[in-house]
Design a binder for this molecule. Structure first.
Ligand code: ADP
Ligand code: MG
Length: 611
């Protein structure tokens, strides 16, 4: 007879269409099937869902999945139903009648997997159902929501453990998260009362992500510069405020880049439309606050640009981690300016205001938030390997100190002869009569017209734009160096002004060469990136178009029909019959039945046209 693990493998192939488990999956599945609790920490895109969905199919009885977000449940259930799994969700979007119907079905054993919001567990109707049903597994997805150390603390999660205690028979409990520092991990085990859980950890590293920090400079300019380096790719721009979202989206559209905004101030309808258009690749760039993302599973995101620094590395890594879930190379870039710290502090201070925590807890939560902000600032400002910093923050020891695939590793200091430039800078500072700070001086030098500069007629100076071939970041770096060697001087106070320094003459005369070690321009650094993303083949485009037509007909997002990785595999293998189609990663039996013929026909048409 087939044992449980063999049945698990069969489900992997037949239901989900995959030949092999990914790292961590087999261990988790096998532990759950043997009745042992599991605590799994796996990065975004690692494939946590299969770790509990496969045991759910193999075991008798029902699996309950506690999940924090309605949109997340919805997508997961749609995906499962497409694969022929009997699944449903129970949350506040159902009418009382639908709710009754769903619970009735559940009682009659219609569903193998039921997604539920944590708050629902405590209701009488649900408890009543659960006490009389055979529940074989309880899954806590996004389990970090149970911890006050985390950034997504959700009080409802504290109700999970009491719920489990009420059940007549304790089912196996499995907890999953992508983001867990030591503290959070300990909290999950303790607060869910996991029973000596089998710990799965596949490590946090996402080798296909290139990390980059760009400091200083003009924000708008830097956003435009980055986006034009990634023209034609799909990506997310995260902004700190709704207002900034609107600004950046408008700026991109003015510059001919089709972009939509997404924030909590928009209507549900508008938000849903923007998200759907982005997920379906109808719009390449989405500009969003952190309200966007937790509930989406779009695998072909090529870049995530942060317009400003988030409040902690958990948020940053989670948001940046939405890039490259398909395993293809992707870029995560953070634009940093010193005032980001002030804004983050403001957001932290106001985040606990209307929470229901008592004062003492609130204080603790605040202090931890400030400490996390400090670590985030460290990531953005201190040189060194960015990947190593992230991994260390999450308690891992990086394999190397230099990953070679982040701007921290690729940016080198270069010695340059800047005799001419130093002279021009001093001349400019003198022409501006020491009445302005570093920012204004740098903008005048690179020729950036702002309303203030026009008003003060600084654009009439002969120095205006004399260093227009350099970036503002580089000019500011030179100014810093010149302050350090006393060619320039900076006054104290809240708004420091730039003046000529004791050694200004040397720069003006220019008879001795002046050399400086400066960072390279950021776009040069990103050009050095080892690998570039491959472009989609014509067949892939055809298959994706077919997928979109089917998705539109059925009113589901394209990825629940086939993932991009599946279409890539299909475009590479070019299957021409049923058996070959079943070998494509992500084509299970049910999907074959439903869509196999349509895709085979499209491939045949494509081949004929080539002849
Ligand atoms: P997570 O919840 O860890 O972020 P998901 O469970 O959403 O990740 O899975 C991410 C993607 O990986 C999905 O598109 C899924 O189909 C795919 N995937 C999961 N397991 C495998 C596997 N064993 N082989 C191939 N693809 C897989
Ligand atoms: Mg998940």
């Amino acid at each position: 007879m087939e044992n449980a693990m063999q049945r698990a493998r069969r489900a992997l192939k037949e239901v989900f269409g995959f030949d092999s488990f990914r790292p961590g999956q087999q261990e988790a599945v096998s532990a759950i099937l043997s009745g042992r609790d599991v605590m799994a920490v796996m990065p975004t895109g690692a494939g946590k869902s299969l770790c509990y969905q496969i045991p759910a199919l193999v075991m008798d009885g029902i699996t309950l999945v506690v999940s924090p977000l309605i949109s997340l449940m919805h997508d997961q259930v749609m995906g499962l139903v497409q694969s022929g799994v009997r699944a449903a969700y129970i949350n506040s979007t159902l009418s009382p009648r639908q709710m009754m119907l769903a619970l009735d079905n559940a009682r009659r054993g219609v569903y193998k997997i039921i997604y539920v919001a944590p708050e629902r567990l405590a209701t009488d109707s649900f408890m009543n159902f659960a006490k009389n049903a055979q529940i074989s597994q309880i899954v806590v997805d996004e389990a970090h929501c149970v911890s006050q150390w985390g950034q997504d603390f959700r009080p409802g999660y504290l109700g999970i453990e009491p719920f489990i205690r009420e059940l007549p028979v304790r089912p196996v409990v499995s907890a999953f998260t992508a983001t867990a520092t030591d503290n959070v991990r300990r909290d999950i085990v303790r607060l869910l009362n996991l029973n000596s859980p089998y710990q799965v950890s596949t490590g946090f590293d996402r080798p296909n992500l290139y990390f980059e920090v760009r400091r200083g400079g003009d924000r708008d300019l830097e956003v435009m510069r980055f986006i034009s380096e990634h023209q034609g790719q799909s990506g997310i721009v995260y902004c700190a405020t709704r207002k900034r979202v609107e600004q950046v989206a408008a700026m991109l559209r003015q510059n001919g880049i089709y972009a939509l905004g997404y924030h909590a101030g928009m209507s549900d309808e508008e938000r849903k439309q923007a998200q759907d258009d982005f997920v379906a690749d109808r719009v390449p760039v989405i500009v969003a606050t952190n309200a966007f993302g937790m509930g989406i599973d779009k695998s072909n995101v090529s870049f995530v640009l942060h317009d400003s620094m988030p409040k902690d590395l958990e948020s940053y890594y989670q948001e940046a981690g939405r890039a490259g879930r398909d395993g293809e190379d992707a870029v995560c870039c953070l634009l940093y300016q010193p005032q980001d710290v002030r804004l983050a502090r403001f957001l932290i201070e106001h985040s606990t205001e209307d929470s229901q925590l008592d004062e003492q807890t609130q204080q603790v939560v605040l202090e931890r938030a400030y400490e996390r902000l400090r670590q985030m600032t460290f990531y953005a400002t201190v040189s060194g390997c960015l990947r190593a910093k992230i991994l260390k923050y999450f308690g891992e020891t990086p394999a190397r100190d230099n990953c070679g695939n982040c701007s921290g590793c690729l940016t080198q200091l270069q010695e340059r002869d800047v005799t001419r430039e130093a002279g021009l800078i001093v001349a400019c500072v003198i022409a501006m009569r020491g009445r302005f700070g570093k920012g204004v001086v740098a903008r005048v030098l690179v020729g950036k017209k702002t309303p203030r500069i026009s008003k003060l007629e600084l654009d009439k100076l002969s120095s205006f734009g004399c260093l227009r071939t350099m970036s503002q970041t580089m000019v500011r770096e030179m100014i810093d160096e010149m302050i350090a060697c006393e060619m320039l001087e900076q006054t104290g106070g809240e708004y420091p002004l730039l003046k000529a320094g004791p050694r200004a003459r040397e720069a003006l005369r220019g008879d001795e060469p002046i050399r400086m070690a400066l960072h390279e321009e950021p776009e040069k650094v990103s050009k050095k990136r080892r690998r570039t993303r491959r472009s989609d083949s014509p067949l892939y485009e055809r298959l994706a178009a077919l997928r979109r037509r089917i998705a539109d007909e059925q009113h589901v997002p394209p990825f629940v029909i086939f993932a991009n990785a599946t279409l890539h595999d299909m475009a590479e293998r070019v299957p021409t019959n049923r058996a070959a189609m079943l070998r494509v990663a992500g084509v299970g039996e049910r999907k074959m039945e439903r869509y196999g013929e349509a895709f085979l026909a499209e491939i045949r048409r494509y081949e004929e046209e080539l002849r």
